[in-house]
Every structure is written in structure tokens, then in C-alpha cells.
Design a binder for this molecule. Sequence first.
Ligand code: HEC
Ligand code: HEC
Length: 407
Amino acid sequence: MNATYFIRTLPLVMLMSLLTLVGVSGCKVATPNDPTGNNLPNDPGDPSQDNTGTPRDDDPSDDPGTPSNLDPNAIKLGVIPKTFPSMNVPSSNPTTQAKIELGRHLFYDKKLSTDGKVSCASCHESSKGFANNVSVSPGVDGLLGNRNAMTLVNLGHYDNYVWNGRFKTLEEHAPGPIFNKVELGFGNDDRNGDGYGDPDGDTIILFRNIENQPKYPSMFKAAFGDEKVTIARMAMAIASFERTFVSNTSPFDDFNNGNKTAISANAIRGYKLFIDTRKTNCLGCHNGPNFTDGQFHNNGLSVSTKDKGRAELTGNSADIGKFRTASLRNAGVTWPYMHDGSISGPTPTAALESVIRRYRDGGDGRVNQDPRIRPLDLNDQDVADIATFIQSLTDTKFLTNPALQHP
Ligand code: HEC
Ligand code: HEC
């Protein structure tokens, strides 16, 4: 290498290192699917952070059956990580105790519904992993939607919300149920979108319902500096409360942290089957510390023509019948199962085993079924043990945590 070459290439080398630096730090600040800029991607080399850290293939299932679709999961993940990555908290809504407390009061407040009989907690009961045991829960006036109330668990780690992921943040989601005709029932009449509602409309009734309760003015003031009630403030408070729904103290967590007697021999056997990617493919989708890849798949449940799932957003027929992988944390108490609550049974254990037997049968084989759903060589004892393992994710400390109960 002569001197002229060195001098000529030097700026290029410097430019390239600079670009690399910018590239790396740039991606630490914001990723394209995170408008808030707060989703700090994690070290891709750290397997404990794979749940949100690795760049996401939009839908790995589009690549049917290639070994690379199955094996990397086995190698990369292998086991369930002990720790969670950091939460996605938008910089516009830093968490404070005052917001959490206000959010808690709003979450349990039936005055947030038009008939005064329903609150968020009617469908999301703390003792049921913030889900409930109804296929489709009634909202105001007993009206029914078409989906099963989701369990609310470790919510700070998702980058999309609801079964088809149509909300990007908890702040964006929270007004959803309030202004949903079959949930809390208010009409969203905020025509100019300033978050204050129209003077002649429903939102004003909602605000009165809140302002007329003596406890709230001081709570809004503590959380936001003055007493004004707005939808945006309500959403920020509710989202802050929801981020405290952290479940990581189940017997399985204890086991995973080294206490080998924390779960039964059957549960351990079930766990081994669950992570054995030759025997089952559970880990392919239910991976990471929250037992979900946060992605959308058709897991073999027959596709309903009423609910297009992810395709509702994308308009893409390849997304029909795809729903976000359910977390398995506290799944032992959240039956009936799936987005439509269609899988149940005479007992909670029977319901869970019924899900696993569906997987064993290889799914209904309908349109867009993920190629990883295929007949599995599992006997009835294997099915029972996998169910016992999933039940070891029931986190009683979380389900009875006084800080999350009705204030
Ligand atoms: C009538 C029952 C009902 C009520 C009332 C209700 N929800 Fe839900 N919740 C659901 C259903 C059903 C879904 C799934 C919706 C979907 O996929 O479209 C859901 C989904 C969610 C999710 C998404 C969770 C995730 O992991 O993506 C959050 C968060 C949530 N609800 C919070 C709330 C809050 C806060 C309130 C009160 C302001 C509330 N819900 C009121 C039934 C209800
Ligand atoms: C291709 C991805 C994929 C694989 C592989 C997979 N699942 Fe799922 N699982 C999902 C999706 C997606 C849902 C939600 C589907 C819906 O609601 O329509 C789900 C839902 C569930 C539920 C219901 C949870 C609830 O709260 O409703 C359980 C339990 C479950 N899976 C267990 C398992 C087990 C055990 C295995 C392995 C035998 C497995 N899954 C394999 C994607 C997968």
C-alpha cells in the first residue's frame, strides 16, 4: 500500500467508520417501527434480549418450512431468558407515581362507561391475569364484541397492542375501549382531535362523570400540574398504571432462576418438551421472557370470515386469520383461549390440554396456517405435562398484588 493510496482512502475509511457509528447509535435511538424513539433495541448478541432486540422479519412464516425458519430459534433461544429487556416508555409520558395512582382509579371506575356498570376491570380482572373467564365479555348494556378480552401482562414490552396490533402504544390504545360502542360505550365526538371533546357531545358527559367525583381534581393536579381532565391525560395515566402489570414471580421464574424444586417433575418434563424444537415448535412463536414473539401468525385455528385479524390493518390476504402470539404467562387462569375464546373445557386444565391437543393434531390446515403448525408426536402424558408447565407460569404474587387491585 503506497502513501498516495493511503491518503486517498483515508477519508473513505473515516467516513465509513463514522457511518458505522451513526448507524449503530442511530438504531439505539429509534427504530422504524417505533415512532416514540424509546424502544431501545438490545444487544443482538445477548440471547436474553431476543424478544425485542433482534431486527424483526415481518413474518417469518412467509418462508414456509425452510430449516432456517426453525433452527435459528432453537439455537438462539434454546431456553427462556431470566430477565426482561427495558420497557418502552414514550418520552412524552414519563412514569410517575401520581400518574400510576390516577390511572388505577380510572381503570376501576365504572363512571367511564355510559351505563355506569362497566369499567376496564370488568373485562380485565386482576385475579384472572387481567383477562376473565368469558369467551367474549359483555360491555355496556350487555353488548358483545367479537373478541376475547386479552390478558394484560408485561405490557411495557410490546410494540403493538390488541389481537391484530392496530395500536402502537398504550397511550394510543387507552381511549379505544372508552369510545368503543360495545365496551365502555361513549361516542368519540372529538371532531377537531384536540383531546377535549366537542362542547355538545359525549366526551363532555364523560368528563363530568370524572370531574364530579371529589377525589379526581387533586389527582389530576398531582399527575399533570393542574386539574383539567382531557382524554390524553386519562390515557397517559391509564398507560402508566398498565405498565406496572409486571408478572415475573411465578414458580417457573423461581425454577428458571435456579431453584430446581420450584416446579414439579411433570412441569419440568413439560418445559423440556416445550423448548424441544424437534418435538414441538412452541418456542418458535412463544419465545422470550414473555413467551411471545409479539408477531402475527395463524396458529391453525380455523379462520372466521367475521374476523380477518391482522389483514384488517394491512388489507393483505396473506394476513387473514393472523393474530398476535398470546403470552403464556398466567394462561392457567385465562381460559377460554384464543382471540375468539373458542377453546374451552369442563375444567381449566381440560381447556388448556384441549389447546395443546389442537396443536398435536396439526391445526385445521386452513388458509395461511403457519408451516410450523404440523402434527406432533406427543402422547397424552406429554400433553398433560406441557399443560402443567404452562400452569407453573401462574404468578399468584402478581394476581394478588394489592397495588394492582381496586383502590
Ligand atoms: C367489554 C370488555 C372490555 C372492556 C370494558 C375493556 N376491554 Fe380491554 N380488551 C378487551 C378485548 C376484547 C381486547 C382485544 C381487542 C381486540 O383485539 O380488538 C382488549 C385488549 C386490551 C389491551 C391490549 C393488550 C395487549 O396485550 O395488546 C389493553 C391494554 C386493554 N384492553 C386495556 C383496557 C383498558 C385500559 C380498558 C378501560 C379503559 C379496557 N381495556 C376495557 C375487552 C375489554
Ligand atoms: C406459529 C406460531 C405458534 C406456534 C408454533 C405455537 N403457537 Fe401457541 N399461539 C400462537 C398464536 C398466534 C396464538 C393466538 C392465536 C389466536 O388467538 O387466534 C397462540 C395461542 C396459544 C395459547 C392460548 C393463550 C390464550 O391466552 O388464549 C396457548 C395456551 C398456546 N398458544 C400454547 C402453545 C403451545 C403449547 C405450543 C406448542 C405445542 C404453541 N402454542 C405453538 C402462535 C403459536
